[in-house]
Design a protein around this ligand. Structure first.
Ligand SMILES: C[S@@+](CC[C@H](N)C(=O)[O-])C[C@H]1O[C@@H](n2cnc3c(N)ncnc32)[C@H](O)[C@@H]1O
Length: 376
């Protein structure tokens, strides 16, 4: 049974994703009325297939799927925890067609879109079901690998969620998560505060911001509440060079408008601005703090990366130190954790990818062997 949360933050998160399921679904709004028609289904199938094909290689690199891809996922049970509208689930299903995949979420609107997408696209290896990551009793169990991408940091208690997810793994199972990194996002908080404070005193600016969030004025109780929730997200590197300059509005507002402009007609109720800029509950992590909650969850941290493809952070650090005249520094003497912490300080990333394994078998190779053994 699902626990109905009394936590106002959790309720606000649920409300956000019910009104604005994330990410942009692979089903158009105007197709929802005609899902039984073969022409609609063919259009959705074609869209899913084009979408996954165009992103398969970047997705596989970003999420370090090479090991699993080698066997097309055969013998693996995979959980996509917090699947949203199922866009990444489709990517997993396409890359690992022989894996048994379960996709869970708490939001009914997202679950409907995810389930319908899987069914129409013909991903027979995916099951979609409702579950609350805060409630261990609601979670399915026995997984070799959990992916929880962009989810843990928008829950009321990330440490508890990680613990609950660790509990669904088989011995030797692994979990890959993506959360927001605190360093790259720090400047955003400053910009946020700056913008909101200014907007409170500038009706025209306030008006433009409210418009860019496609707000239904009748549905909004108090505009000021909305302003409180706005989170501005410019690129960290850009703003690191020019901290909160007046030009912020020349940059920021066109950016918000552009984002809105990209929302196609017929998807009026999909507005990514909400997830990106106005989330009611976001936790930010650095390597150390995220490492700690993995260990508390009984997970051994195995790998850390900051997005993109494979990066040799040790080599990167070595060359940076060499460039700064510190060629005598013994990078080999650093633990992996120290290398990641140092790389994080230098790179101030916005994304933090983390892979942990259950303590029983802290080794990828053993993990793969054990799942193959179970399959045979
Ligand atoms: C930013 S979206 C990420 C969706 C998807 N993983 C992706 O990256 O495209 C976060 C998702 O987490 C889900 N979520 C948040 N809290 C949850 C909870 N306690 N239990 C289950 N799902 C939750 C939301 O409903 C939402 O669909």
């Amino acid at each position: 049974m699902l626990v109905s949360s009394r936590n106002a933050d959790a309720d606000a998160v649920q409300e956000l994703y019910s009104l604005h399921p994330y990410p942009k679904p692979l089903i158009e709004n105007d197709e929802l009325e005609h899902l039984e028609q073969e022409s609609t289904r063919a259009a959705i199938r074609a869209r899913v297939s084009a979408h996954t094909a165009s992103r398969n290689s970047s997705f596989a690199a970003k999420h370090r799927l090479a090991g699993m891809q080698a066997t097309r996922g055969a013998g693996l049970r995979i959980l996509d925890a917090g699947c949203g509208t199922g866009v990444l689930t489709a990517q997993l299903a396409s890359l690992l067609p022989e894996a048994e995949i379960t996709a869970i979420d708490l939001c009914d609107a997202s679950l409907f879109l995810a389930r319908t997408t899987m069914e129409i696209a013909g991903f027979a290896n995916v099951t979609v079901q409702k579950a609350n990551l805060m409630d261990p009793d609601s979670l399915p169990r026995g997984y070799d690998h959990v992916f929880s991408l962009g989810v843990v940091h928008v829950t009321p208690d990330p440490a508890r969620v990680l613990e609950n997810l660790a509990g669904v793994l088989v011995p030797g199972g692994a979990i890959t998560t993506f959360v927001y990194n605190m360093w790259g996002r720090k400047l955003e908080s400053l910009l946020n505060r700056f913008t909101v404070t200014l907007a409170r005193n500038e009706p025209a600016l306030k008006e433009r911001i409210i418009r860019s969030f496609s707000l239904d004025r009748n549905a909004v109780r108090a505009e000021d509440t909305v302003l409180d929730r706005i989170r501005i997200r410019p690129s960290a590197a850009r703003w690191a060079r020019a901290l909160v300059p007046p030009i912020v509005f020349d940059e920021l507002l066109p950016r918000l408008q552009r984002l809105r402009g990209r929302t196609p007609r017929g998807r009026a109720n999909w507005n990514g601005n909400w997830d990106a800029f106005a989330h009611p509950l976001v936790h930010f992590f650095d390597v150390e703090s995220y490492w700690e909650i993995h260990e508390r969850a009984g997970l051994r941290p195995l790998d850390v990366w900051f997005g993109g493809g494979s990066v040799d952070y040790r080599g990167l650090l070595e060359s940076l130190l060499r460039e700064r005249g510190m060629q005598d520094f013994d990078v080999d003497g650093l633990t992996d954790r120290e290398v990641w912490v140092l790389a994080e300080c230098v790179l101030t990333p916005r994304q933090l990818f983390f892979r942990g394994v259950t303590a029983e078998s802290p080794d990828e190779r053993l993990l793969q062997e054990s799942s193959r053994a179970r399959a045979s």
